[in-house]
Design a protein around this ligand. Structure first.
Ligand code: FAD
Length: 416
C-alpha cells in the first residue's frame, strides 16, 4: 500500500516521521482543536502503522497490514492531515524554519515535531551485507523476511537476545524454522530486566526448541553468491543457516537535527515539554533524550509505544499553549509464544528483586526495588499485578513489606 506524497510546500506544523509518535502527534493536535495545516513527512512508503506487530502477529502472518494501520487510510484525509510518504528529511534550516527533503524540495514550518525513531544498529562484521541478513524495524523488513520464509528458508540464526530478537525467534519457531539465538551477554534481556526474567525466557525458548547460546558473539557471516549460508561464531564454530535476523538495538535517527545545532549525544535532548534546544522544534519518541521522573530524573531515551504516544500528547498540548511536564508512567509489553509480559515502571538501578509466584507455573511477577521501594514490575501472565503495580507506581511508592509483596495471595493494591 503506497500513496503519492502531498505537494504542500509549507505547513503550520510539520511532523517528521510517520510512526507511533508522529501519527499520535497529528491525531492529538486535531483532537485538541488545532486548525492549522499539518504535514507529516516520512521515509516509509506505507501510511502510519504499528511497529510492535512486525516481530509478532504481522510476521507470523496472523494479522494483515490493514489490521496494523494506526488509523484507516482515509482518516488522514478526513482530518486534513497531509502525508508525504517515501520522503526523507535531509537538512533543517532552523533560522529560516525550513526543511530540505530527499527529492530536493523545501518545506517551511511554523512548528516542527521530530519523531524520527531510530535505525537498526547494523552488524559490523564481514559478510553482514549479504542477502538473507534481515533487520526488523519497518514493514519492508518484515515483508522481506516473510518472502524469504515463503521461498523456503528453514534455518534461522537470530542475533541479539533483546525483546525483538526473542519475539522474532518465537515467531520463527511457530513457523517451523530451526532457530539458534545468539546473545553476547551472559543472559538475554540483560539491558532491560533482572535475572529472574532472563532465565525464565531462556528456559522457555529452549523448551520451545530454540538453541539459545549465551556469551556468544559473531565473527563473520559467510555466504555463496552474495547469499548468506552461515555464521561463524567467536569460538570458531560455524553454524549453517538460510537466514540471519539481527536485533541489536537502534541508533536514534536525529542526524539532520544535530547537524542543525540541536543539543544531543544519545539522540536529541528535550526539555520537560519535549522542546529541543532549537526554536520551535520539538522531538518525541525513541529519539528523544529526556529527564524521566521514573528514573530519578536521569536523562534517558525510552523505546516504547507508550513513550512515543504520551510524548506526542505532551507536544500537541504545548503547541496549543498548554505546556505540561512529560511525566507519564513508562509501560511496555512483549508477546512470545503464548506468554504475555507486561512491564510497568523502569527497573534501571534496582538493588533488589522480589518474586511473586513461581516461574514454573508460567505466571509470575518480578518486583524491582530500590532502597526498599518498588520501582517496576515485570508481570508474566499476571494482569492484576500489572494493573495494581501501575497504580502503586503512579501513587508514588513507599518501602514495602517484602514478605507481603512476595505473597501472591496478597493483592498489590493492599500494599499501596
Ligand atoms: P517510529 O515508530 O520508529 O517512527 C519513526 C519514523 O520516522 C519511521 O517511519 C522512520 O522511517 C521515519 N524517519 C526517520 N528519519 C527520518 C527522516 N530523516 N525523514 C523522514 N522520516 C524519517 N514497543 C512497545 O511498547 N511494545 C512492543 O511490544 C514493541 N515491539 C516492537 C517490535 C518491533 C519490531 C519494533 C521495531 C519496535 C517495537 N517497539 C515496541 C518499539 C516501538 O515500536 C517504538 O518505540 C515506537 O515505534 C517509537 O515511535 P517513534 O515515533 O519514536 O518512532
Amino acid at each position: 500500500m503506497e500513496r503519492e506524497g502531498s505537494n504542500r510546500n509549507s505547513a503550520d506544523v510539520v511532523i517528521v516521521g510517520t510512526g507511533h509518535g508522529g501519527a499520535q502527534a497529528a491525531i492529538a493536535l486535531r483532537q485538541q482543536g488545532h486548525e492549522g495545516s499539518i504535514l507529516m513527512v516520512g521515509r516509509d512508503n506505507a501510511p502510519p502503522y504499528e511497529r510492535p506487530p512486525l516481530s509478532k502477529e504481522y510476521l507470523a502472518g496472523e494479522k494483515g497490514f490493514e489490521r496494523i494501520m494506526i488509523r484507516p487510510e482515509k482518516f488522514w484525509a478526513d482530518k486534513n492531515i497531509d502525508l508525504r510518504l517515501g520522503s526523507g528529511v535531509m537538512d533543517i534550516n532552523p533560522a529560516a524554519h525550513t526543511l530540505t527533503l530527499s527529492d530536493g524540495s523545501t518545506i517551511g514550518y511554523r512548528k516542527l515535531i521530530w519523531s524520527g525513531g531510530g535505525d537498526p544498529r547494523r552488524l559490523g562484521c564481514t559478510g553482514a551485507n549479504q542477502k538473507g541478513v534481515f533487520y526488523v524495524r519497518d514493514k519492508r523488513d518484515a515483508d522481506a523476511m516473510m518472502a524469504a520464509l515463503e521461498a523456503g528458508a528453514k534455518r534461522a540464526i537470530v542475533i541479539g537476545g533483546g525483546y525483538i530478537g526473542l519475539e522474532a525467534a518465537a515467531v520463527l519457531r511457530k513457523l517451523g524454522c530451526e532457530v539458534t539465538l545468539l546473545e553476547m551477554q551472559d543472559r538475554v534481556l540483560a539491558r532491560v530486566a533482572g535475572e529472574e526474567l532472563s532465565r525464565f525466557y531462556e528456559e522457555e525458548h529452549r523448551r520451545q526448541g530454540v538453541d539459545v547460546r549465551l556469551s556468544r558473539g559473531v565473527e563473520e557471516i559467510i555466504g555463496e553468491d552474495g547469499k548468506v549460508t552461515g555464521v561463524v561464531l567467536d569460538n570458531g564454530e560455524t553454524l549453517p543457516c538460510d537466514m540471519v535476523v539481527v536485533g541489536i538495538g537502534i541508533v536514534p535517527a536525529v542526524a539532520p537535527l544535530i547537524a542543525a545545532g540541536a543539543a544531543g549525544s544519545n539522540g536529541v535532548d528535550v526539555d520537560y515539554c519535549c522542546r529541543t534546544t532549537l526554536d520551535d522544534i520539538y522531538a518525541i519518541g525513541d529519539c528523544a533524550a529526556h529527564a524521566n521522573p521514573y528514573a530519578d530524573n536521569a536523562v534517558i531515551r525510552l523505546e516504547s509505544v507508550q513513550n512515543a504516544h504520551d510524548m506526542a500528547n505532551t507536544v500537541a498540548k504545548a503547541i496549543m499553549g498548554d505546556k505540561q511536564t512529560y511525566d507519564a508512567l513508562p509501560w511496555f509489553w512483549s508477546n512470545q509464544y503464548d506468554l504475555k509480559l507486561q512491564t510497568a515502571g523502569l527497573s534501571l538501578d534496582f538493588d533488589e528483586t522480589v518474586l511473586r509466584g513461581d516461574p514454573a507455573t508460567r505466571k509470575f511477577t518480578v518486583a524491582y526495588l530500590k532502597e526498599g521501594k518498588p520501582i517496576a514490575f515485570d508481570c508474566v501472565g499476571t494482569m492484576k499485578d500489572y494493573v495494581q503495580g501501575r497504580k502503586m507506581l503512579e501513587a508514588g511508592t513507599e518501602a514495602v513489606d517484602r514478605e507481603a509483596l512476595a505473597d501472591i495471595d496478597i493483592p498489590i493494591k493492599e500494599l499501596i
